[in-house]
Every structure is written in structure tokens, then in C-alpha cells.
Design a binder for this molecule. Structure first.
Ligand SMILES: Nc1ncnc2c1ncn2[C@@H]1O[C@H](COP(=O)(O)OP(=O)(O)OP(=O)(O)O)[C@@H](O)[C@H]1O
Ligand SMILES: O=P(O)(O)OC[C@H]1O[C@H](OP(=O)(O)OP(=O)(O)O)[C@H](O)[C@@H]1O
Ligand SMILES: [Mg+2]
Length: 285
């Protein structure tokens, strides 16, 4: 029987969340120490641990069928590769930054300036829109140090909290793109492995929907139930069950994770008591 080959980052920012996602999909991977290849014991899958930056080429060559990779790397090196699913972790942006004390009005200020980056194609594409040809210096790490050591006038790199920029006396001046981890697919995937991918994607979607939602339970006097239901931003109509105590009901529903805080005060004001918010492991609609 065929097995789908998935590339997961060997070490770095994506590694743990990628393995956690597979685990939450019910896939057990037999990991030996320092192994670069591992098999799943309960799903037709082989995991290859690779460098994030190398993955687009492996997908193109068909060495792997699918991968969990930073979207920004696909934009830089793999515009021909299909994104099957956004995975909701490793969120960041790719930005241009200049030294804090440099005056910056528009991107035209960077015309003729030296830009240090690990993402040359992304910079070239972005500058094309403004008819500027950047003077790019490719660096593969610690890009933020470049202006301080006189290697460049500006940088283009990943920004998340902004603390690396801050520590290096830089300010973000252009947000070029946003990125998160994605499930990418080789253009050469076989039809057999495409079927396995469909099964995996079904599981991933159920896990991601579960992560975005909460199961909410509360008690209320019967005469307040209709009003409370009207306040709940639910999936469908909530479940209402009678409590052992005469005249009281329990209301159950699923709501989007963050919307709970927006409605909690109103629910309480309208008679809801004993509210419970419970995580959801998987959700199939
Ligand atoms: N500070 C950050 N916050 C959130 N996401 C980030 C951050 N830095 C990087 N990422 C995302 O995680 C991905 C992997 O980053 P990481 O620094 O671990 O590896 P890398 O240096 O790009 O790759 P390689 O595996 O080739 O060494 C990036 O492509 C980006 O999508
Ligand atoms: O805005 P922040 O939250 O400070 O994050 C941004 C930093 O994170 C990444 O580096 P990472 O820590 O992955 O180190 P690396 O250069 O070794 O990949 C990125 O290259 C930035 O330097
Ligand atoms: Mg990094």
C-alpha cells in the first residue's frame, strides 16, 4: 500500500506545532532519536525531517508529496506550489525595517539603498510594484544586525513581536506580507497519495475547527431561555435540556473561541448561571 511522504521542519519554529497537529489528527509517529525519517504506525504516512528553506524544491521534485511549511517560504521559493490548508500557527509578517533614527516617508526613500535579507525574490517582487530596483545583499541569518555593522541601509525579515527589531534599534516601515504555517502539496502527487491527502485534510479541518471553538454550557430559569438563546452566537440552534430542579434548564452550544468574552456579561445579566467553557478536540460539521 502507498504511503504519503510529508516534510516537517527538522528543528526550528515549525517543528513542534507541526508534530502536535499530526498527533491531534490521531497519527502516531515512531520517532527514533536523531532520525531524519519516521513512519506513522496507524496511518499510511512517512515523515521526512527537513530544512524549511529546502522544502519547496523537494515538493517540486516530488521527493515529498506534502509539507508543513511557512507560507513566506513558499512565496519566496515556491510560487508554483499549491497551498491546501492554512494551519493557524507560526503567524508572522515579512517587513522592511530601517534604523530608528532614519527619516522614512515612503518606499521611494529606499531607492538605491542596500537591503539585507534572506528573502530576495520577495523584495524584488514587492519593489517592482513601485518601479524600484533594490540593491539586495543576501544574508542567511541575524539579518537585523546588518544596518548596525554598516552592511546595509535597510533590512527585510520576519517580524512577529517586533522585539528583535527593537533590540537592534530598527523600526518597521513596510509590512510586505503576512504568513502562517500551511499545508503545501507537490505538483507531482500521485492519485493514490492524493486520496490519502484527502483523508488527512479531513482530519486537519476537524482539528482546526475544534481549536477555534468552545463548547459552552449554562443554567437558566426557563422564562429566560429564549432571551439567552438570542444572545448566543451559536453553530445552529442550541440544545436545551431540563434540569432536575423544576423551572430550570441547561443550555449547551458551540461558539467561536473569542466571542465568549463578548457575550458573557449580557448572558449573566439575563439570568445565565454556572457557565462552563470547555475545549473541543475535534469538530466535524
Ligand atoms: N518570530 C517568529 N514568529 C512566528 N513565526 C515565525 C517567526 N520566525 C519564523 N517564523 C515562521 O516559521 C518558519 C520557520 O522559521 P525558522 O526560523 O524556524 O526556520 P528557518 O530559518 O526559516 O528555516 P530552516 O528550517 O530552513 O533553517 C518561517 O518560515 C516563518 O514562517
Ligand atoms: O519579532 P520577533 O518576535 O522578535 O521575531 C522575529 C525574529 O524571529 C526570527 O528569528 P528566529 O528567532 O527564528 O532566529 P533565526 O534567525 O535563527 O531563524 C526572525 O528571523 C526574526 O529575527
Ligand atoms: Mg528563523
Amino acid at each position: 500500500m502507498s504511503k504519503i511522504k510529508i516534510a516537517v521542519q527538522k528543528s526550528g519554529r515549525l517543528n513542534q506545532d507541526s508534530l502536535k497537529l499530526l498527533k491531534d489528527c490521531g497519527i502516531s509517529i515512531d520517532n527514533g532519536k536523531d532520525q531524519l525519517k519516521a513512519s506513522a504506525s496507524n496511518f499510511p504516512m512517512e515523515v521526512l525531517y527537513l530544512r524549511n528553506g529546502d522544502i519547496p524544491q523537494y515538493l517540486r521534485d516530488g521527493v515529498v508529496d506534502i509539507a508543513i511549511i511557512g507560507e513566506n517560504v513558499l512565496i519566496e521559493k515556491g510560487t508554483d506550489i499549491i497551498t491546501a490548508e492554512k494551519l493557524g500557527f507560526s503567524k508572522c509578517r515579512v517587513s522592511l525595517a530601517v534604523p530608528k533614527d532614519v527619516e522614512y516617508n515612503s518606499i521611494q526613500d529606499l531607492d538605491g539603498k542596500r537591503i539585507a535579507t534572506s528573502y530576495p525574490n520577495t523584495v524584488i517582487e514587492y519593489f517592482k510594484k513601485f518601479n524600484i530596483t533594490p540593491d539586495i545583499h543576501i544574508i542567511n541569518g541575524s539579518v537585523e544586525i546588518a544596518p548596525n555593522i554598516g552592511l546595509a541601509d535597510a533590512i527585510c525579515d520576519i517580524v512577529s513581536s517586533g522585539s528583535t527589531l527593537f533590540k537592534n534599534n530598527l523600526k518597521e516601515v513596510e509590512k510586505m506580507l503576512t504568513s502562517e504555517a500551511v499545508l503545501a502539496v507537490s505538483p507531482n502527487i500521485s492519485s493514490e497519495n492524493q486520496e490519502i491527502l484527502n483523508k488527512l485534510q479531513f482530519r486537519i479541518q476537524a482539528v482546526l475547527k475544534g481549536r477555534k471553538s468552545k463548547y459552552v454550557l449554562m443554567n437558566a430559569p426557563n422564562e429566560k431561555v429564549d432571551k439567552i438563546i438570542s444572545l448566543l452566537p451559536g453553530m445552529r440552534s442550541p440544545t436545551v435540556l431540563p434540569l432536575a430542579e423544576e423551572g430550570w434548564s441547561s443550555i449547551h452550544t458551540v461558539i467561536e473561541k473569542n466571542s465568549f468574552w463578548e457575550v458573557i456579561d449580557e448572558l449573566k445579566e439575563n439570568g445565565a448561571e454556572g457557565l462552563l467553557v470547555v475545549p473541543i478536540e475535534k469538530m466535524v460539521l
